[in-house]
Design a protein around this ligand. Structure first.
Ligand SMILES: [Zn+2]
Length: 265
């Protein structure tokens, strides 16, 4: 059984100065049988670091409109059935299951704050300025704020396909962004500047070996990377190869839209 002490000691072994903010992506199940579950992992994170941010995305608010711009990886008009399942965004909406239980535990923690993007919100402790960097037009602003504050990315039992900060680097490198639509109490909101697909991100790991710190905690692996190094590496790679990090799925609407945008440039 993996314990609080295992997590706390493992996180300290990464030798990240506790004052540096971090964004964590985590899979509880990667750590096997955890004594105390998500609370234990979160408690260790907050014990080891002052500022912890996690994505608190809410995909359930998403709608497919009848019409919209071309090359947006969206089959307009196909949402007649699924749109009825969409839920209004509200600040206390649970984090999407795909993001995981630890992020939901952070969101409900006393003192936690959450940004207000109806699809791509972030939650955190001692992270007011970082969360405040998000606007509807700049959904990944918190990643920029984390980077400017010498922040780190922590991947707890997940790989780079969960690493949202790579999307920020893509955007900074000029890669095509997408429009999503969200159901809110104020009506349907158009969300500009949203990222595409992350299924092809894991290949970046070979270029980040020299800046990645790794520790094993129970059966799970934790990786830590300085955000500035991650973002620089991805931007440099996309400059050399504008099609890097796209996935191989032939029917991936997002990655194909990026390829199309490159070919018509
Ligand atoms: Zn893809």
């Amino acid at each position: 059984m993996t314990t609080f002490r295992d997590f706390y000691n493992g996180l300290r072994q990464l030798e990240i100065p506790p004052s540096h903010p971090l964004i964590a992506h985590a899979s509880l199940s990667a750590f096997g049988d955890v004594h105390g579950g998500a609370e234990t992992v979160l408690g260790a994170l907050l014990g080891a670091f002052h500022t912890v941010v996690m994505p608190s995305f809410t995909y359930k608010t998403m709608l497919i409109p009848e019409t919209g711009p071309e090359h947006n990886a969206c089959t307009y008009g196909s949402g007649k059935d699924t749109n009825r399942m969409a839920e209004f965004f509200r600040p206390d909406m649970p984090v999407d299951r795909l993001i995981g239980k630890i992020a939901e535990t952070l969101r409900t923690r006393a003192g936690a704050q959450r940004s207000s993007h109806p699809i791509l919100s972030f939650t955190g402790i001692n992270a007011g300025a970082i969360l405040g960097a998000q606007t509807l037009k700049d959904p990944l602003g918190p990643i920029r704020a984390l980077s400017e504050a010498d922040g780190w990315v922590l991947l707890l039992g997940v790989d780079h396909t969960a690493n949202t900060s790579i999307h920020y680097a893509e955007k900074e490198a000029g890669r095509k962004q997408f429009i999503y639509w969200a159901l809110t109490p104020a009506g349907v909101v158009e969300c500009m500047g949203c990222p595409g697909c992350s299924a092809g991100f894991q290949v970046v790991s070979t270029r980040l070996d020299h800046v990645t710190r790794t520790v094993q905690i129970g059966p799970g692996i934790v990786q830590a990377l300085p955000l500035k190094d991650l973002i620089n590496t991805v931007q440099q790679w996309l400059k050399e190869d504008p099609l890097a990090l796209l996935c191989e799925k032939p029917d991936c609407g997002y990655c194909n839209a990026v390829r199309t945008a490159m070919s018509v440039r």
